[in-house]
Design a binder for this molecule. Structure first.
Ligand SMILES: C[S@@+](CC[C@H](N)C(=O)[O-])C[C@H]1O[C@@H](n2cnc3c(N)ncnc32)[C@H](O)[C@@H]1O
Length: 269
């Protein structure tokens, strides 16, 4: 069964002119999770020989950039960089090409050379996926999307948490085109968060305004946080419970009495 499946995608890639059977993984990821849309700029980390680049170009039609330690044979309409995704010089080159505003999508199908020792390969994979996440944080636009390959193992859940810290929606997905015996899985992060706060963060705030929903609305470093069940004039310790691209929600952890500088009373005249 696994052999049949491998042969199917291998032959299908040859027939359709793709450089690798991996092309079908990205197609399936995108069918299911809609990470790349028309016009998007896409950066693919660990892109050689270029199967994902071909698919990314078809899907977006926009700027597509591939990065790999290996040279990538040119693809029409696709730019490439030969470099290590861990190197700051590579990140600088990427930003120079995609521009200061960043890319809409960062993909990473990079893989370490496998030794065959499961725990070692897992650790190397987590290291590489962590580099990809750090790289994505530097080059993604706010609300951009991220796809990264990870070999499963005991550090996988911690890695998922790191991705969850930075994206609104996070899922793990195994496309049909992955070999059934493979440990690989793809982590999909949608809507990159650029908020100056994270879930679990705590702050002491004065409630000076209520939003239209009746929740308290406070600004933390210019970012709107809605706080449930508070009144204007209260001082409270809050804990961030959910972060969205443009605002966050928080619960009250502790009521600290009256605000030192309450807003002027509602009926002042
Ligand atoms: C499985 S291949 C990618 C296949 C590609 N998605 C395709 O469809 O053709 C993994 C690639 O990751 C690259 N790679 C591994 N570590 C890297 C690193 N630190 N920086 C850049 N590329 C890396 C390898 O050179 C290899 O070409």
């Amino acid at each position: 069964m696994a052999r049949d499946r491998r042969d199917y995608y291998y032959h299908q890639a040859k027939e359709e002119g793709y450089r690798s059977r991996a092309s079908f993984k990205l197609k399936q990821i995108n069918e299911r999770h809609k990470v790349i849309k028309r016009g998007d700029s896409v950066v693919d980390l660990g892109a050689a020989p270029g199967g994902w680049l071909q698919v990314a170009k078809e899907l977006s039609g926009g700027k597509v950039l591939g990065v790999d330690l290996q040279r990538i044979v040119p693809i029409e309409g696709v730019e490439t960089i030969q470099g290590d995704i861990n190197a700051e010089s590579t990140i600088k080159k990427i930003i120079k090409i995609v521009g200061e505003k960043g890319a809409d999508v960062v993909l990473c199908d990079a893989a370490p050379n496998l030794s065959g020792t499961w725990s070692y390969d897992h650790a190397r994979s987590i290291e590489l996926s962590t580099s990809a996440l750090e790289c994505a944080k530097k080059i993604l636009k706010p609300k951009g999307n991220f796809v990264v390959k990870v070999f499963q193992g005991d550090m996988f859940n911690d890695y998922m948490e790191k991705v969850r810290d930075n994206f609104v929606h996070v899922k793990a997905y195994s496309p049909q085109a992955s070999r059934s015996q493979s440990a690989e899985i793809y982590v999909i992060g949608k809507k990159f968060l650029t908020a100056p706060l994270r879930k679990g963060d705590k702050f002491v705030v004065d409630i000076e305004n209520l939003g239209s929903s009746g929740d308290g609305a406070v600004l933390i470093e210019g970012f709107v946080v809605f706080v449930k069940e508070v009144e204007v004039g209260e001082k409270v310790r809050i804990k961030i419970k959910d972060v969205k691209p443009n605002f966050a929600f928080a619960d009250v952890e502790e009521r600290l009495g009256k605000s030192e500088s309450p807003e002027k009373p509602e009926s002042s005249d």
